[in-house]
Ligand binder design. Structure first.
Ligand SMILES: NC(=O)c1ccc[n+]([C@@H]2O[C@H](COP(=O)([O-])OP(=O)(O)OC[C@H]3O[C@@H](n4cnc5c(N)ncnc54)[C@H](O)[C@@H]3O)[C@@H](O)[C@H]2O)c1
Length: 298
């Protein structure tokens, strides 16, 4: 524990986050800390015992039984919650939930479509259900993912394999009284999926891009369509979450049986199984594989 750390003590049950807000940048000062432009990570470099420097992914560094983070990256939550379930809030599951609830502002009665139903997209579906959406369309190219999406709250599914953008949009419109969805969340991040989101939403609707595009992806579309269709086109960084606000609340909802976070845990594995788990994720046979360390399951 470093000097000056007062909010947490050894033994606290915390979820790690990768956007510890600074409280001082221009976004924080304007009361929008979820956009913080100067988020904190540990100031000291992490090393192995022999001094070999380590670079922690996203300033957290998973796949290790010890790590070094900034105190602000630790959010205390209900210590009776199972760590292998609620720990998922530390990254993609929070990003998806927040894409729906925070960035998309999904509210009671909305129609929502989510493109890409992996861990992030399914969390957006769970978030849309939690917020009271009346129609939730899961869109993927994999039938197994669509099945899981229905278990997390999707009311309709579209397998877009082999369909062009017009056909996908027509199907989204058919499922929303001919209009398109109020909020469409792209949890893939490819030009074609973003266009499906852009044209698959209702007039004045919202597009949320939470999937991370590759640097060489390009978009081309008529600017008049951007104007004429109105609404808002947003990106979602980590679900625009505020860990201190969102993690304890979402853990409480899970504990009350109102947020089925356990459905994201496809398997519990040991550290030696990590490579195989990545292969399963690539082939689409798991949503999330959670590494269990000694004592972590308590
Ligand atoms: N914005 C953030 O802060 C944030 C945080 C975490 C992850 N992400 C990003 O979210 C994205 C999704 O992550 P994930 O963990 O859910 O990945 P994943 O691999 O578990 O899921 C991706 C899903 O998209 C589907 N898919 C692929 N191509 C498709 C297409 N053309 N049309 C429809 N569906 C398609 C796949 O079948 C799969 O179900 C990634 O780009 C990831 O980097 C963003």
């Amino acid at each position: 524990m470093g000097d000056g750390v007062t909010d947490i003590v050894p033994g606290d049950f915390v979820i790690l986050n990768w956007r510890a807000v600074c409280g001082r940048c221009r976004a924080c000062r304007r009361g929008r800390p979820w956009y913080c432009f100067d988020t904190h990570n540990a100031a000291s470099p992490m090393t192995l015992q022999d001094g070999t420097p380590l670079s922690a992914a996203l300033g957290i560094g998973a796949f290790a039984d010890k790590t070094l983070v900034h105190a602000g990256q630790c959010t205390k939550v209900d210590p009776t919650a199972p760590p292998e379930v609620v720990g998922l809030l530390g990254c993609g599951v929070m990003a998806g939930l927040g894409a729906a609830i925070n960035t998309g502002g999904v509210t009671r009665g909305d129609t929502v479509a989510v493109i890409g139903c992996g861990g992030v997209g399914d969390a957006a579906i769970a978030g849309a259900e939690l917020a009271g959406a009346r129609t939730i369309i899961a869109v993927d190219v994999d039938d197994l993912k669509l099945l899981w999406a229905t278990e997390l709250g999707a009311t309709h599914t579209i397998n877009t394999g082999g369909m062009d953008t017009d056909a996908v949009v027509a199907e989204m419109q058919r499922l929303t009284d001919g209009f398109g969805a109020d909020v469409v969340i792209d949890a893939v991040g490819r030009p074609e999926t973003w266009k499906q989101a852009f044209y698959g939403r209702d007039l004045a609707g919202t597009v949320v891009l939470v999937g991370v595009p590759a640097p060489d992806y390009r978009l081309e579309l008529p600017l008049i369509d951007v104007f004429g269709r109105g609404g808002s086109l947003k990106s979602s960084w980590y679900g625009d979450c505020l860990p201190s606000r969102d993690f304890p609340m979402l853990v409480d909802l899970y504990q009350q049986g109102r947020l089925p976070l356990e459905k994201f845990v496809s398997e519990r594995i040991g550290i030696d199984d990590v490579e195989a788990a990545f292969a399963k994720m690539h082939e689409g046979s798991v949503l999330r594989s959670v590494v269990m360390f000694d004592g972590a399951g308590r």
